[in-house]
Write a protein that binds this ligand. Structure first.
Ligand code: FE2
Length: 189
């Protein structure tokens, strides 16, 4: 059922709107407003991240549509595990992927809900970008995650890392505003 709080979270602010399919799903599952706001914030960062990376490095292969859908739905499992909206936990990850599959989302788009909380050196770039957006939105910096992404950039490791660092600093600068936006929506709505 649609709630006013969720509608506000999906529509207010200058953050970019979620992909229509993702917004529709959030309405269908009755997502808490706080979750809707979080997904807006992470999706907005993923948008800037893929846009910047794509312009700086047109040779780099990633699926922007998949990354943006992943960012817009990665925490949907918190509809089932609401406690994880305010406390750490990983139960929402598999639950989120299963929920998306149940709603007919193809596996290659549903997978981000399951993969965003862990990252290995062998993780696909698309998955790493969703995980990265889920950190940088609040200005959190995670060295091993950033190193895995830098590996995809190729060239001298230090240079790739510096190139990425530049971009992430720019994105992290908007964190206070995004944190305030998210915090202004209730967990129960
Ligand atoms: Fe998240």
């Amino acid at each position: 059922m649609t709630t006013t709080g969720l509608e506000r979270a999906l529509n207010e602010s200058s953050l970019r709107p979620l992909p229509a399919t993702a917004a529709e799903l959030l309405r269908e599952v009755g997502a808490p407003p706080r979750l809707g706001a979080h997904l807006r914030a992470v999706h907005d960062v993923a948008w800037s991240l893929t846009d910047n990376l794509g312009r700086r490095r047109p040779d780099l292969e990633f699926d922007t549509t998949a990354v943006l859908f992943g960012a817009a739905t990665h925490d949907i499992g918190k509809v089932v595990h609401v406690r994880e909206l305010s406390a750490p936990g990983h139960a929402h990850e598999e639950a989120g992927r299963d929920l998306l599959l149940r709603y007919g989302i193809p596996a290659h788009l549903a997978r981000f809900a399951g993969s965003h909380g862990s990252w290995g050196a062998d993780a696909p770039l698309d998955d790493l970008l969703v995980s990265l957006a889920d950190k940088v939105w609040k200005a959190a910096r995670v060295e091993d995650l950033e190193q895995h992404v830098a590996t995809y950039l190729g060239g001298a490791p230090w240079q790739a890392f510096m190139e990425l660092d530049d971009l992430l600093q720019e994105l992290a600068a908007g964190a206070d505003e995004r944190l305030a936006f998210q915090a202004s929506y209730p967990i129960v709505g």
